[in-house]
Write a new protein. Sequence first.
Length: 163
Amino acid sequence: MFTVRKATLQDLEAITVIYNQAILNTVATFDTQTKTAEGQRGWFAQHGEKHPILVAEQDGVLVGWASLSAWSDRCAYSETAEISLYIAENHRSQGIGRKLSEAIIKAGQEAGLHTLIARITEGNTASIRIAESQGFEHIGIMREVGRKSGKLLDVHLMQKIYE
Ligand SMILES: CC(C)(COP(=O)(O)OP(=O)(O)OC[C@H]1O[C@@H](n2cnc3c(N)ncnc32)[C@H](O)[C@@H]1OP(=O)(O)O)[C@@H](O)C(=O)NCCC(=O)NCCS
């Protein structure tokens, strides 16, 4: 069993470890250089009530995180956020991503956001399945916008508008 709660600064080390796994071993993120928790403090500070970060914890171990980040610093975009979701390698495919995504989407609604954007690399079936089942619609494909692991990759753009 796992629980979902708001992230604190003390979680940043574990959040960064999980993100680094995805940087090194997947094409889910187009970051290619690993991060340090110290270097991620600015990212953490940009989040809060309106742009939450949630973590999933199992037996006291942080096994996943999700965030809603500002889509743009231009003010008219202030009700639009981008969703991110990362589960530790050895805890994937156990339903944690689905539960965490449900929680972060609900948190975004409670925070007064109007719409969420997801950018999902081609082939990421689990992410696309989660997004579709939670009301995200496909709004386009950016073709061959990233090169990672020696391959040019498409990015699927998906959007959810809160009722
Ligand atoms: C993508 C990710 C967040 C999904 O979280 P998860 O906990 O592994 O997924 P869940 O167990 O909650 O499963 C969610 C859905 O995806 C499906 N799924 C899970 N793993 C899958 C896989 N390897 N291949 C295909 N489908 C998969 C599940 O069947 C489930 O669908 P269903 O409810 O219709 O049966 C997680 O695998 C991850 O962190 N991957 C690396 C980073 C990443 O891709 N982040 C997203 C960036 S957009």
